[in-house]
Design a protein around this ligand. Structure first.
Ligand code: NAD
Ligand code: UD1
Length: 343
């Protein structure tokens, strides 16, 4: 296939995963248009993407819930596919403001789907999450494992997955994949783009990075009494560059008309404990990460990791980077950009 024949709309394109994927899309030769309301990202991302690729692309500052805007965009551009990253993702906030999450994530997706349909664009890669598995009975999750999200954020992902599954079943013209990401971490190896959370980070890697750079005194470890190798929580961390490659691989297969299962896990198939991540980060940064062990976080599971057999066998994709690479690249981004995109 020749990517230069295809134009892709990337919703949430200035966000963490969207920006890394956009760089890869441009480098592969795809034409792209990004839309983002900048509710959780910086306009400065755009210059970084341009610096990395030397390729021009369109950016539209706007909201995917804005039907008129989307109608105009789909009229102006003849898209072949959409990669849909736009959404809210903070678990705690989703429990405090459930309606915001239903509106933004679910209604936003429905507006987008309607406008895609009107414009005869029926190819979609959707950002789902391992959070749909909730508290699995087995630590290794395959796409067929039981689904039971434990919070509103996870519920929005499952509802959208269900809508997309029904749509594809009833109207086979739709080519859809829900990518269930495990724990994306790290940054582009240039240190030019990376994860830049607002306020106090909810997730482990950005928290450790902020401790290492001196913005926070210590890491709070949420429990050391799980039934795991060292008692701390174990997760399947995947390098953001591998995750971005997973999107390119999926998109190419969909555009070529290859039949794919609708739900696909993207992880590495390995899990690391909080202590193992701290060790790897200390090695990568030559910094000491002080920590304090506190009680478990509500909604956390002891261990979960992906069965990636399907992705390996069907996407021409496999993850290349290990936890040391992830920590090295996360640290390069953090140390080059102590204040994220706020120069
Ligand atoms: P992010 O917050 O960095 O990116 C999401 C982007 O969407 C942001 O730039 C935000 O401004 C934008 N956005 C939100 N609502 C919008 C709307 N209504 N209209 C237009 N733009 C809107 O998050 P991310 O980590 O890049 O995640 C991307 C997607 O992947 C999200 O859907 C998220 O739920 C999902 N996901 C993320 C993770 C993770 O650990 N980062 C894991 C699993 C799934
Ligand atoms: C969390 C969300 C999940 C979401 C994912 C990616 C919860 C309950 N789950 O998953 O829905 O899809 O982020 O956005 O919020 N940890 C600490 N101290 C910290 C932060 C984390 O010890 O300050 C531990 C956690 O207990 C866990 C591991 O580090 O064992 C990874 O945590 P995190 O990065 O938040 O990811 P998840 O818990 O997998």
């Amino acid at each position: 296939m020749n990517p230069s024949n295809y134009k892709i709309l990337v919703t949430g394109g200035t966000g963490y995963i969207g920006s890394h994927t956009s760089v890869k899309l441009l480098q592969e030769g795809f034409s792209i248009v990004l839309i983002d309301n900048l509710s959780n990202s910086s306009i400065n991302v755009l210059n970084r993407i341009k610096e990395l690729t030397n390729i021009n692309f369109d950016f539209i500052e706007g909201d995917i819930r804005d039907k008129r805007l989307l109608r105009r965009i789909f009229k102006e551009h003849k898209f072949d596919a959409v990669i849909h990253f736009a959404g809210l993702k903070a678990v705690k906030e989703s429990e405090e403001k459930p309606l915001n999450y239903f509106e933004n994530n679910i209604s936003g997706s429905i507006v987008l789907l309607n406008e895609m349909d009107r414009a005869n664009v029926n190819c979609l890669v959707f950002s789902s999450s391992a959070t749909v598995y909730g508290e699995p009975s087995e630590t290794k999750c395959s796409e067929d494992s039981q689904l039971c999200p434990k919070n509103i954020y996870g519920q929005t992902k499952l509802i959208i997955e269900e809508i997309l599954t029904s749509l594809k079943k009833i109207q086979p013209k739709w080519k859809i994949v829900n990518l269930r990401y495990f724990n994306p971490i790290g940054a582009h190896p240039s240190g030019l783009i990376g994860e830049d959370p607002n306020g106090e980070p909810n997730n482990l890697m950005p928290y450790i990075s902020q401790v290492a750079i001196g913005k926070r005194d210590k890491l709070f470890i949420f429990g050391d009494d799980y039934n795991t190798t060292d008692g701390s929580g174990k997760r399947d961390y995947i390098h953001i560059q591998d995750l971005a490659d997973g999107h390119i691989a999926t998109l190419k297969k969909l555009l070529q008309g290859s039949p794919l299962k609708i739900n696909i896990n993207l992880g590495t198939g390995k899990s690391y404990s909080v202590f193992e991540v701290i060790n790897a980060f200390e090695k990568a940064s030559s910094k000491t990460i002080p920590f304090e062990i506190i009680s478990r976080r509500e909604g956390d599971v002891g261990e979960i990791y992906a069965d990636i057999t399907y992705a390996n066998d069907n996407l021409d994709w496999s993850p290349k980077f290990d936890i040391n690479d992830m920590c090295k690249d996360a640290w390069r981004w953090q140390s080059k950009n102590p204040n994220g995109y706020n120069e």
